[in-house]
Design a protein around this ligand. Structure first.
Ligand SMILES: [Zn+2]
Length: 237
């Protein structure tokens, strides 16, 4: 067993935009998501991802140059968030978003790092691109809230799904029910706080474990295994 394999599981906050002292806690692993023009730069020693957010693609070339530089850093665990958002544009701008998104797909492939994806009402485009780019790195859809058939398509393609505060705060918690009702394998599931620095990721794990009727430690171990599979050799501590 290597030293990497012997590490004990931590709670993972796969995606957040708040600076977090929790990232220094030994029981938590937090990946700060940096987007030029939106967020502050990652702190020294902090794990992070970097990408041009589809909300800020004006002057995307310059932003992407910065993203490329940052993504080469060993503390950068993923490329993104990048992706497609139909809620803010008409179809011609969506093409521009797609162009910028493709740069990130290629960068993730070159660096062999996972790609964390922002999606609003563009899942079919994302599946199309997933098919179009052969030998892609691992993909994760952040703030995932899809239907059963979306989950099944993700499973078919081995695209991971990160569940944000939405699943646990909404009254119906639809996604959590879909997962338990249909006994969805948890091998592609992650959790995140996204914009919500006020929520502790452990609380999200606890709510999910309750709904799935599994032990919190089992859930923690399973999600930790998922992270190892997602990051491969890039998981360092
Ligand atoms: Zn985000």
């Amino acid at each position: 067993m290597t030293s990497k394999e012997s590490q004990s599981a931590k709670f993972i906050d796969l995606h957040g935009h708040h600076s977090s002292s929790k990232s220094e806690d030994r029981d938590f692993l937090y990946i700060y998501s940096y987007s030029p023009k939106i967020n502050d730069l990652p702190e020294e020693g902090q794990f992070f991802s970097a990408g041009v957010h589809p909300w800020e693609i004006e002057d995307a070339r310059t932003s992407f140059e910065e993203v490329k530089r940052l993504c080469g850093d060993s503390n950068c665990l993923m490329v993104g968030e990048a992706g497609l958002d139909r809620s803010i544009v008409d179809d011609s701008d969506l093409r521009q978003q797609e162009e910028v998104f493709k740069w990130h797909i290629q960068l993730a492939n070159e660096l062999k790092k996972p790609l964390i994806i922002h999606n609003v009402k563009c899942l079919s485009e994302i599946f199309r691109l997933h098919k179009q780019f052969p030998n892609h790195s691992n993909w994760v859809l952040h703030d995932f809230n899809g239907s059963l058939s979306d989950i099944q398509e993700c499973q078919k393609r081995s695209i991971a799904m990160s569940l944000g505060p939405r699943f646990y705060e909404s009254q119906t918690a639809r996604i959590a029910h879909t997962i338990s009702d249909h006994k969805i394998d948890l091998n592609l599931i992650f959790f995140e706080t996204d914009e919500r620095g006020d929520i502790n990721i452990q609380t999200i794990y606890e709510k999910f474990a309750q709904k799935q009727e599994i032990e919190i430690d089992d859930l923690k171990d399973r999600i930790w295994q998922n992270l190892k599979a997602l990051l491969g050799t890039n998981l360092t501590s």
